[in-house]
Design a protein around this ligand. Structure first.
Ligand SMILES: [Zn+2]
Length: 341
């Protein structure tokens, strides 16, 4: 039973359990970023409609934007509204151990310690620094049953001030050692993707997207769940919709869904998608404003924005294969997860 009105602990699933189940079922799980109510409602409505387990993630920027208490209570509201959906609350790109510990205190069931960059979120770190900070977070998190994602290699692109702008692909030998030394549950790999909307200047092929790296890392680390960051597909119709109603988004290409599906066949279990929902939201709002320049009731443009985001989430949940799997298992409590470590 959910304890309505109770502040702690939140009855949320952990990343480890949700991805273990995904590995067993051979599917991937979308990790969608949230910073406001409409986004979260779009995600939860999509999960209910498709009967999907789902990962909701918040970056430091999102926590600062919404405020930690608002975010926490929005998630409680989401899990109470959708009690049959395994819902993970994950910290995206924790910049230092203190940030991860704060998220755990707030009730996050999973954290990412991104030690691939220094605490400034910009400068690529050295490998030993990455091992040390990630190991520190794993020890603290696992003692509470909370899951941890680490990152090796760096992605291109800069978003919310995060990123070095340099691409360093993940080295498979180093990945094996990194997982052994840190004990992480999930590993974000750099295979040539970028954060943000401007990922590629032409449709990506095998030259820019190193899918073979995923295969190799998965073969050597079959128990570690792989994570693809920067995996929005940037559909042309979403960009066109924005531009049709006065926007000026330059031509750009994202990660084709077929490439993600190929990754899922080779151990990718968590797929981070943020940009696609942002594009859908912006296009829907622009369309309302273009159609009725006298409109000023926020519900008249936020409701279509929520619907447009939900459509993206439904499509991705179906394409990643998580649809239909919400009822396969009951979320374990953090105490139960702690005993497994
Ligand atoms: Zn990322």
């Amino acid at each position: 039973m959910r304890r309505a009105g109770s502040l702690a602990p939140m009855p949320l699933a952990t990343l480890r359990q949700v991805l273990d189940e995904a590995a067993r079922g051979g599917y991937g799980v979308g990790a969608f970023n949230v910073n406001n109510m409409e986004q979260l409602q779009g995600i939860v409505d999509a999960a209910v409609e498709t009967n999907s387990p789902v990962i909701v993630q918040a970056s430091r920027g999102a926590i600062a934007y919404a405020g930690p208490n608002y975010l926490r209570h929005l998630i409680i509201a989401a899990s109470e509204s959708a009690p049959r959906i395994p819902l993970v609350l994950h910290l995206d790109h924790g910049d230092k151990p203190e940030t991860c510990l704060m998220a755990i205190e707030l009730g996050f069931t999973s954290v990412m310690m991104d030690g691939s960059l220094l605490a400034d979120g910009k400068t690529p770190s050295d490998y030993e620094y990455n091992v040390a900070v990630t190991r520190e977070v794993v020890e603290a998190a696992h003692a509470k049953g909370v899951s941890v994602e680490g990152e090796l290699g760096t992605l291109g692109g800069i978003e919310d001030g995060h990123g070095s702008g340099e691409v360093h692909l993940t080295d498979p030998d180093q990945a094996v050692e990194f997982v052994e030394r840190t004990g992480i549950d999930a590993l974000a790999v750099a295979i040539g993707t970028s954060h943000g909307a401007y990922k590629f200047t032409k449709p990506p092929d095998g030259e820019v997207l190193a899918m073979n790296l995923i295969e190799e890392i998965h073969q050597r680390l079959p128990e570690t769940h792989l994570v693809m960051h920067g995996s929005s597909s940037v559909p042309k119709e979403l960009v066109d919709e924005i531009n049709r109603y006065g926007g000026e988004i330059a031509p750009t290409w994202g990660v084709p869904v077929e490439e993600i599906q190929l990754g899922i066949r080779h151990g990718v279990r968590k797929i981070n998608v943020d940009t696609d929902a942002r594009l859908a939201m912006t296009g829907a709002i622009r369309k309302v404003f273009a159609g009725d320049k006298g409109e000023f009731d926020p519900r008249k443009y936020l409701a279509p924005a929520r619907d447009a985001m939900k459509a993206v989430y439904v499509e991705r949940m179906t394409q990643f294969g998580q649809a239909g799997h919400a009822g396969d298992y009951e979320p374990l409590t953090l105490d139960e997860m702690r005993e497994r470590y």
